[in-house]
Design a protein around this ligand. Sequence first.
Ligand code: NI
Length: 148
Amino acid sequence: MALRTIRKKGDDILYKKSKEVKIFDEKLAQLLDDMYDTMKNADGVGLAAVQVGVLKRCLVIDIGEGRIELVNPVITEREGEQTGQEGCLSVPDVWGDVKRPKKVKVSAFDRKGKSIIQEGEDLLAVALCHEIDHLNGELFDDKIIEKQ
Ligand code: NI
């Protein structure tokens, strides 16, 4: 297990757009493993690679229903709407309501480069949107409609 340092708001890298992963190698697998350990260690439910300082389009999520890892994720369908409180390991001590789709469908790749579809509803939809935003250099606190 290798923990990486979580980048915090104020670090410019968080506003950069991550690059598509083209090589599915051991280094990518190690990154995903480290990201998962780092997220769990910080009691988070999602983490994007940029949050550990790596500008690659990949993320890990675990909302208590098992580990999800997505490489080059793209939201292909959005349905409905929900507003719920969010927080972020890179934005400590800030929570606020953000409007998100109720349901999303995401097309992505697994760590070996196999094409996969991930669907998410409710909290999982929120986590998917929040983490994919990170890959585009967007932080949730700019989307807060009501501060807590
Ligand atoms: Ni976040």
